[in-house]
Write a protein that binds this ligand. Structure first.
Ligand SMILES: *[C@@H]1O[C@H](CO)[C@@H](O)[C@H](O)[C@H]1NC(C)=O
Ligand SMILES: *[C@@H]1O[C@H](CO)[C@@H](O)[C@H](O)[C@H]1NC(C)=O
Ligand SMILES: *[C@@H]1O[C@H](CO)[C@@H](O)[C@H](O)[C@H]1NC(C)=O
Length: 415
């Protein structure tokens, strides 16, 4: 009995010495890091603000979280706030949390009659009257206050502390030079295990003008990355493989050829800025453990399936690569906090009669980004949305049933 009491006291003492904190001036509420932004903003701007801290809009995944956020903002006289849930349909399984790890099948508190993407794909948390604490779909273009969320962490002396890891920014070195430098800091070249961590690392460089940084992975194929710290590959943002080498780099800017936050391969001897990472607490300078197991890649087939496509994926004209004989419309979407980058690598359509209209939103009501209208075959045309959807309306007014093979395009989720 005495032993049990001592054990209990010991465990309690350890927990008490575990100093849970929030960085960036976020408030520690119910073991989450939250920050209220009272100035109303549309969903795109709200997500962008949260992403700027390496976070997302807040997510409630238990009834306790859901009540806690209500209590947190209750005294501010606000009647609704954006939350980190985005719906592509009317089922709970079609509403995704911003951290990209699941749908609202896990937990939800939708008001009766919701989710209903028909009233808007974005979701807000109501704070007044009989709907208080309930979730309701709203038009993403409306402006509301919002709460951002960051993972909790524990105190350590490092400048960049996220989700129980310390990160260190370094000047240019080759892959092996970088790993040695990290080891001298009791750390390793950074491995990345979630979309949130990926976003956090890009946010560390938001004030710097580099095009790329090196990260601590070596890609042996399109869908297999070995991390320098020996951790298992459980997340990948590798966009293209096999150009120039096998060492990974991450783009910090979106261009015609690269998406911010995506990974590419490069020559391992190229000098690049890099990030080291170690767990918080006592530095662990032990060696490198054994390599990982295999993950699955997925890509939509290159056929016309009208409807909602979640990034990443491929779309192509009906019957591609054979002659198209019908129109087709596609809604491309991704998690609420991201944008869509759409790249056509083949376009061969009847000029002026069969345009591909690309809208910056989820319907033809959104602003037209571009009407792609060409007879050119191979090439490279890239469009990036401002929010998290693109609507592609391929029209077919020519009636031509031979000659034109249409288009093939890929789309990715970018920050
Ligand atoms: C202290 O926090 C760390 C990190 O979350 C955790 O792994 C550890 O179990 C905690 N300590 C105790 C004694 O629970
Ligand atoms: C969101 O607000 C910003 C700034 O006011 C504006 O530029 C942008 O067009 C808005 N986006 C949408 C989808 O309403
Ligand atoms: C469409 O483009 C993708 C990406 O370039 C390519 O992998 C795929 O093979 C193309 N599909 C067809 C049918 O050509």
């Amino acid at each position: 009995m005495k032993f049990i009491i001592y054990l209990f006291l010991f465990i309690t003492a350890c927990y008490a010495s575990n100093n849970t904190i929030c960085t960036n001036g976020f408030d520690l509420i119910n073991n989450k890091c939250w920050k209220l932004f009272q100035t109303p903003a549309n969903h795109t701007i709200a997500e962008r603000t949260c992403t700027g801290y390496g976070g997302t809009l807040f997510m409630a995944k238990t009834a306790i979280d859901n009540r806690a956020v209500g209590n947190y903002v209750n005294s501010f006289g606000i009647d609704r706030i954006w939350m980190g849930v985005f719906c592509i349909g009317n089922a709970k399984s079609q509403c995704y949390f911003d951290d990209q790890v699941g749908s609202t099948v896990i937990y939800d508190n939708f008001a009766p009659g919701f989710p209903n993407a028909g009233t808007g794909r974005c979701v807000y948390y109501a704070l007044s009257g009989s709907t208080s604490g309930l979730w309701i779909n709203g038009d993403c273009m409306e402006s509301f206050p919002y709460v951002c969320e960051l993972p909790t962490t524990h105190s350590d002396y490092c400048d960049y502390n996220f989700n129980d890891h310390c990160y260190f920014l370094n000047d240019e070195l080759s892959f092996s030079g970088a790993q040695l430098q990290c080891q001298s800091l009791c750390s390793n070249l950074v491995s990345i295990h979630s979309a949130e961590e990926n976003r956090y690392i890009t946010s560390l460089y938001s004030q710097l003008s580099y095009d790329f940084i090196r990260i601590g992975g070596i890609a042996s194929s399109n869908d297999f990355v070995v991390w320098a710290d020996g951790s298992v590959m459980d997340y990948s943002n590798l966009e293209t493989f096999g150009t120039g080498g096998n060492c990974l780099k991450m783009a910090l800017k979106s261009t015609d050829y690269h998406s911010r936050g995506s990974w590419y391969t490069d020559d391992c001897s190229t000098l690049a800025h890099f990030v080291c990472k170690r767990p918080i607490g006592v530095p662990d300078c032990s060696g490198t453990p054994p390599p990982p197991t295999v993950p699955p890649p997925t890509m939509a087939p290159p056929t016309c399936t009208s409807g909602v496509h979640v990034a990443p994926g491929v779309i192509s004209s009906p019957n591609y690569p054979n002659y198209y004989r019908s129109a087709c419309a596609y809604t491309l979407t991704t998690y609420g906090s991201n944008k869509i980058r759409l790249t056509f690598n083949y376009v061969y359509t009847y000029p002026n009669y069969d345009p591909i209209d690309i809208y910056d939103g989820d319907s033809t009501d959104a602003p037209l980004l571009y009407s792609l209208n060409r007879q050119s075959g191979g090439g490279y045309w890239t469009y990036t949305s401002t929010g998290n959807s693109i609507y592609v309306n391929f029209r077919y007014t020519s009636g031509q049933t031979s000659t034109y093979t249409g288009f093939n395009a890929t789309f990715y989720s970018v920050f």
